[in-house]
Design a binder for this molecule. Structure first.
Ligand SMILES: [Zn+2]
Ligand SMILES: [Zn+2]
Length: 273
């Protein structure tokens, strides 16, 4: 099945750097490295304060100012809002200029409006510091249940009579977990259905055990395999692999996925610039 967001790209290596961009939505998830593609994205959705995820956030804002682009908008967990402001203030002091930015603190379930009828809804994640993931939702319309079996001529007749046939509904199109333990999958219903799910899978084999992965606040591939029936979206992007794994390790690990899941999985990093 084709990916819903073929323009999704980025780099994500545990402890080193994570930046994932989706130009069609004009947003980036986390800002561990300010790539040339990331600079162009106005919205940055920050999962948590670990430096491999936040280290380049002031650079992102400063480079946008240098290029005379509109200020970046940074959606951040409310619990770290003030620390992020202090980080920008310190960076501005060092640089000799205040760094233009708009910082928006968000709690889980607190919606934020994007453009084009889309909105962001943060969800709770399970890491060692305050953290949250994000789902992008689209507002669409669908036929109300009582009309779905009617032939189109009948629907057209009802429509001419002024009967309201449609109802609004919200569709999850893209989710990003950031760093978390696996229980985010059970605790966040939309992750089982979202079109594209970006999931951290830091640890892949016996070199790090499930117990050790959990203690560090991360996902182990064995935990994903044990829950493979919960992944029903059409595109699953694994990310945030430990730096100990090379491309052959990652390729080998993905062969352990059940047939029902493996064709829908791709692995970051890819196409990073
Ligand atoms: Zn990380
Ligand atoms: Zn982390």
């Amino acid at each position: 099945m084709s990916a819903r967001f073929p323009d999704l790209s980025g780099i994500s290596i545990a402890g080193l750097e994570t930046t994932i961009v989706v130009p069609s939505l004009r947003l980036a998830f986390d800002m561990g490295r300010c790539t040339s593609s990331a600079v162009k994205q106005r919205w940055v959705l920050l999962s948590h304060g670990h430096l491999d995820h936040v280290g380049a956030i002031t650079q992102h804002a400063a480079r946008r100012a240098l290029m005379k682009m509109p200020e970046g908008i940074y959606l951040v967990p409310a619990a770290i809002h003030e620390a992020i402001e202090r980080l920008f203030n310190a960076a501005g002091e060092l640089d000799g200029h205040a760094i233009p930015r708009r910082i928006v603190p968000l709690e889980p379930e607190q919606d934020y409006e994007l453009s084009g009828g889309r909105f962001v809804r943060p969800f709770r994640t399970f890491h060692r510091v305050p953290s949250q993931g994000y789902t992008i939702w689209e507002r669409r319309h669908r036929l109300r249940a009582e009309f779905r079996r009617l032939p189109s001529v009948e629907l057209a007749r009802l429509r001419r009579q002024g009967v309201v046939l449609d109802e609004p509904h919200e569709v999850p199109v893209l989710s990003f977990t950031g760093d978390t333990r696996i229980e985010v999958i059970e605790q966040t219903p939309e992750l089982g259905a979202v079109d594209t799910l970006i999931l951290e899978t830091s640890f892949l084999d016996q070199r790090v055990s499930v117990t050790e992965a959990r203690a560090m606040g991360h996902v182990h591939l064995d935990e994903v395999i044990a829950r493979h029936e919960l992944f029903n979206g059409r595109d699953v992007v694994f990310s945030h692999f430990s730096a100990r794994y090379g491309a052959p390790d990652i390729h080998q690990a993905l062969t352990r996925l059940p047939d029902s899941l493996r064709p829908r999985v791709r692995a970051l990093p890819f196409n990073a610039d």
